[in-house]
Design a protein around this ligand. Structure first.
Ligand SMILES: Cc1cc2nc3c(=O)[nH]c(=O)nc-3n(C[C@H](O)[C@H](O)[C@H](O)COP(=O)(O)O)c2cc1C
Length: 197
């Protein structure tokens, strides 16, 4: 690990990095298959994900590594909860996204009360999710960031160990796609960018 007194490298132009950003695309979670990251790769992916800006050095998030066995067990319990909701069939169907990938990282937003604004702490958790996707891509894996109904249902979220005051920022499913993904619509930049002198 870099010592706190060490200087870090300044950015240098990297066409490869820019090309990655220009072509990065999420995977459909249910299409992710083996191989997934090894334990050593996962350690690095997590470390890179945690290397994310946050106001106040609070690190207001935590990770749960969800192996296939745990996800299958939780999905069985979620299937029961899905039946109690509106549109049970739809709520059941999306559970396939939870169990497909070789590796799933749960990012839990865990704001520190009475510190920096909670909004900023939650933004940091979102940035962690994106960094995890980039790190997974750096190892040659595809990833999918999803939430689905069980992130917002308190009984469902509790099955993943989410505590009072915490929220699910996302499930980052990681694995390999058999087919390259198709592009999706991207914003018309002129409608999104305001330039001021
Ligand atoms: C916070 C968040 C939650 C999401 N939740 C879901 C979800 O529950 N189900 C789903 O199908 N897609 C969900 N998505 C969308 C997928 O991640 C989607 O594949 C992605 O936005 C595609 O964009 P990309 O091609 O730029 O990666 C979510 C995205 C974000 C940022």
């Amino acid at each position: 690990m870099t010592d706190l007194t060490d200087a870090l490298p300044l950015p240098v132009p990297s066409p490869e990095f820019l090309e990655r950003l220009a072509t990065r695309r999420s995977a459909p979670a249910q299409a992710l298959t083996a191989p997934g990251p090894s334990e050593a790769e996962l350690d690095q992916i997590l470390q890179l994900g945690a290397r994310t800006p946050d106001h106040g050095k609070l690190f207001p998030w935590r990770f749960v590594v969800l192996g296939p066995q745990t996800r299958a067990q939780i999905a069985e319990k979620l299937a029961v909860l899905a039946e109690l909701r509106d549109k049970p069939a739809k709520n059941q169907a999306v559970l396939a996204k939870l169990t497909a990938a070789p590796v799933t990282l749960l990012v839990v937003s865990a704001p520190v009360p009475a510190s920096k604004p909670v909004w900023e702490q939650e933004l940091s958790a979102g940035a962690v999710c994106m960094n995890l996707e980039h790190a997974a891509g750096g190892f040659g894996y595809s990833a999918s960031w999803i939430t689905d109904w069980y992130s917002y249902d308190p009984h469902a979220a509790a099955l993943f160990g989410v505590q009072e005051g915490e929220r699910i920022a996302g499930f980052i499913h990681i694995g390999t796609l058999a087919e390259p993904p198709l592009e999706r619509p991207r914003p018309e930049m002129s409608a999104k960018v305001t330039r001021l002198p």
